[in-house]
Design a protein. Sequence first.
Length: 384
Amino acid sequence: MTAPDDNHLEHPSIALLFELIRRPSITPDDAGCQDILAEHLTRLGFECEAMPFGDVKNLWARRGTSGPVLCFAGHTDVVPPGSDGEWQSDPFEPTVRDGNLYARGSADMKSGLAAMIVALENFVEAHSDHTGSLAVLITSDEEGRARDGTLKVIEALQARGEHIDWCVLGEPTSQSTLGDIVRVGRRGSLSGMLTVRGVQGHVAYPQLADNPIARFAPILSELHTVEWDQGNEFFPPTSFQVVDIRAGIGAPNVTPAELSARFNFRYSTVWDHEGLKAKVHSIFDAHDIDYELKWHLSGEPFLTDAGKLTEAVTQAISEQTGEAPELSTGGGTSDGRFISPAGTDVVELGPVNSSIHKVNEYVCIDDVVKLTTMYQRIAELMLT
Ligand SMILES: [Zn+2]
């Protein structure tokens, strides 16, 4: 299984990564991963606290009682492997080919977890008298509903007055090479479920019917042409996308009584969800239309301003790769949306994400070793 060019297989991060991958922790099942992490952290002098909510396991671990608090965060759950036949090797048996480690969760994000635990071990060994506190926040509910995971842990911490100053999330943020992109924020995500009501009728007698498709068409056009904003230094312009429209009863001579549609906004910090909803309603209300709109907010946008944490992360990466990372807010949502609102600076840094959620997901073994050094360096720059 091991090719001659596969160095680093003895590295503690890789050993830990193997252990984690062999636990098939399909969301929201943690499959014992957090017990392994807690064992390591307890040995390091962390106080480990299980924080289960519903069927979701969460782990909060802290070393130290004073501030500031530097927290490493992530998730043990993975998405299902999907089409088994297309995997070249067992998705839950780490397999090395050409310096890459293939398995479900290898990039998203068990390598992030393994790297941060070993980074903390190295850091504490060298700086057992560090300032402030180290913390680790792990959930098994990031890939699923994300209701009983990080969100609930943050609520519980806030309720007892425990504050996280800085958080490094180990999500796979790199695009082509390790550390080329870090996330300093994420766009918000707001979905709308629309129903337009009309009156069904004969296509030849439109005056006797009320076609909801015709009612909605000009509004849809307007929603597409409105300039929601121009974005800002860190965010692209807000985007509106329709993902589904249905109407019609399947007969060519009948206009329908109802239309339903779903759409989604990915929005910048120019908006909050209330403002965006109000703007959409004002567009609908300017037309003669009988409609109902239900909303689902996945997360408000957040942005971590340039400061000590972004500087430390940039320096830690530059020292390894020779290049400063791009500070970006692209990609989907992440658990950063739950951590940031508590007044926490959040930066996400992890391995290359080109294979995440796909069959034959992999991570470059050398990158996991480098990532370990980066995390360790961030801790040094923040807490010594
Ligand atoms: Zn992830």
